[in-house]
Write a protein that binds this ligand. Structure first.
Ligand code: RUB
Length: 314
């Protein structure tokens, strides 16, 4: 359990972060955990796997990719521990490979929407969104990017580092400057932690503000999201839980203690309504947000009964 708890801690503390990476890390951890389990008794093995799955799912509440990845691996079958381990390995490896391919396909599809000379605005750090920018740049399109800092955890610094390595001209701005610069922007490209059945996008706090500014300026907003970021449980009417993180990410405890009447709120994500989103780029096609239901029903491969009987969140 020790290694599994370490991985869980890395996800909690955001050493491993970003919805896609979290999902792949969880799938890999379940596979390796199963491999290490010493028992030959299948019931005990299954029980231990269930506990491990629960530990991983409970690390961060918002990225639906996490329970979806865990679910994909926990569909394993086996009469014996050996069979179960083989099945888990196959499912986890498949999930990871599909996920990596999905990010690549999204890049290829999304790059078609980027024109030569475009200025792109992005928020936070999304591998799927960056895949689009990287592909457009690789195709020889002369693009530049405006990247927000993404307070409080400054994931924008990861983004500018990655774009710089790719040789893409990038401008770093503070989050509150998005509307100021919107007039210079041709297209907004961001990622998602979750997409609900009504086409709402859950992504890093500030995403909805940026989308609102883009909507006002009639600038297109593209969301890059693999199908495993769509929330099956939203079909049942459930809302995606928005993670609220510690106040120390915003202001030091010491500073906060100087005040008597001040509290801090630190939601990590917000919800962008579908009206502000032009297109969601998934690996199975670029869709209008109104079509989220089809992705959940036809591509995620979950039956309603299965969703209903699953007690895990999302
Ligand atoms: C990351 C974030 C990213 C999405 C998509 O939040 O909001 O935009 O997870 O990322 P955090 P990707 O840093 O809190 O995990 O496309 O890499 O899956």
């Amino acid at each position: 359990m020790e290694h599994l708890l370490e991985t869980a801690q890395k996800i909690k503390s955001m050493e491993i972060r970003g919805a896609g990476k979290i999902a792949r890390a969880a799938a890999a951890e379940l596979r390796d955990y199963a491999e290490r389990l010493p028992t030959d008794e299948i019931n005990e093995f299954n029980e231990k796997m269930k506990q491990a799955a629960e530990v991983l799912v409970n690390t961060r509440p918002t990225a639906v990719s996490l329970p979806n990845a865990v679910r994909a691996v926990m569909r394993y079958r086996g009469e014996t521990v050996d069979e179960a381990k083989k099945s888990i390995k196959k499912l986890a490896d498949e999930f990871i490979a599909n996920s990596e391919n999905a990010v690549k396909s999204i890049g290829e599809m999304g790059a078609r929407r980027v024109r030569d000379g475009d200025t792109i605005m992005t928020h936070c750090n999304s591998a799927a969104a960056i895949s689009i920018m990287a592909e457009a740049h690789a195709q020889g399109k002369d693009i530049s990017v405006i990247a927000t800092e993404s307070r409080p955890r400054l994931q924008g610094h990861i983004t500018i580092k990655q774009l710089d390595r790719l040789g893409i001209k990038t401008t770093l701005i503070v989050d509150s400057a998005v509307r100021y610069f919107m007039k210079d922007v041709d297209i907004v490209i961001m990622g998602a932690d979750a997409v609900t059945v009504n086409g709402s996008i859950i992504n890093k706090i500030g995403t909805s503000q940026l989308a609102l500014a883009a909507h006002e300026a009639r600038t297109n907003v593209i969301i890059a999201a693999e199908t495993y970021k769509f929330s099956p449980r939203s079909i049942l009417g459930e809302l995606v839980e928005i993670e609220e993180r510690d106040s120390s990410e915003v202001i030091s405890r010491e500073k906060l203690n100087e005040f008597s009447n001040v509290s801090v709120r630190n939601p990590a994500f917000d919800v962008t309504p579908r009206e502000y989103v032009d297109l969601i780029c998934t690996e199975v096609g670029a869709i209008p947000p109104e079509m989220a239901y089809i992705i959940i029903k036809d591509f995620l491969g979950w039956g309603i009964e299965e969703i209903n009987s699953n007690n895990q969140k999302h």
